[in-house]
Design a protein around this ligand. Structure first.
Ligand code: C5P
Length: 221
């Protein structure tokens, strides 16, 4: 079975997808991490992320791998572990530009489909239900108010002890800006698939969201 979880930034997609994958014994595929890894590769190579041709030219030299790890899956870029590095502000600021390029999307979509061909997957992203796995048996579009999404991210940053200089207002603006870019790009924009079930997580606990997701899976499977 294929389970697609899409939605805007910081809606809790990866938290829910990881729990579902673990409970169902499926492979969790974090497609945002792939676009982030390409963005990091460009930054490391001192390529301007807004230079589409330069990013395209870099693609053949970008190899992305995932390996199991606790608490999170480990992400590797050309053999080097980048699990934390892809979460930086600089990557977040530039990832929407990189993810808008046709060649980048084709390469990442191919990789994502290859993983789904060989495994039961819970895949999260922006275009999984619409483009990557249009035949997925279960499609969930996870949303939450921008206020709550920013607050969750703020608390998460504080708990991790990272980036305490970013204010809640700045986080809110960054999330809104990224959502705008992701929903307005030409290729595979962030969009609810017609046959996806929308799940609003505003005011819900993680357990409550998991429970609702499981009942959607039970109905659709
Ligand atoms: O999910 P996450 O916030 O890590 O995604 C980072 C960025 O990667 C998104 O803002 C979007 O620009 C891009 N992305 C995408 N398509 C996906 C997953 C992520 O364009 N399927």
């Amino acid at each position: 079975m294929q389970i697609a979880i899409d939605g805007p930034a910081s809606a809790g997609k990866s938290t829910i997808a990881k729990i579902l994958a673990n409970d169902l014994d499926y492979v969790y595929v974090d497609t945002g991490a792939m676009y982030r890894a390409v963005t990091l590769a460009a930054l490391k190579a001192e390529i301007d992320p807004n230079d589409e041709q330069a990013v395209d030219d870099l693609l053949p030299q970008v190899e992305i791998d995932f390996k199991p790890g606790t608490p999170a899956q480990l992400v590797f870029l050309n053999g080097q572990e980048v699990t934390e590095a892809i979460r930086s502000d600089e990557v977040a600021r530039n990832v929407s530009a990189v993810a808008s390029y046709a060649a980048v999307r084709t390469a990442m979509t191919d990789l994502q489909r290859k993983i789904a061909d060989n495994n039961g997957v819970v895949m999260d992203g922006r275009d999984i239900g619409t483009t990557v796995l249009p035949q997925a048996e279960v499609k969930i579009f996870l949303i939450a108010s921008v206020k709550e999404r920013a607050e969750r991210r703020y608390k998460e940053n504080q708990a991790k002890g990272i980036d305490t200089t970013t204010t809640l207002a700045e986080l809110t603006e960054a999330i809104e800006h990224r959502d705008y870019l992701d929903s307005h790009r030409e290729i595979s924009p962030l969009k609810k698939a017609d046959d996806a079930v929308e799940l609003d997580t505003t005011g819900l606990s993680i357990d409550e969201v998991v429970e609702r997701a499981k009942s959607i899976i039970a109905e659709r499977a």
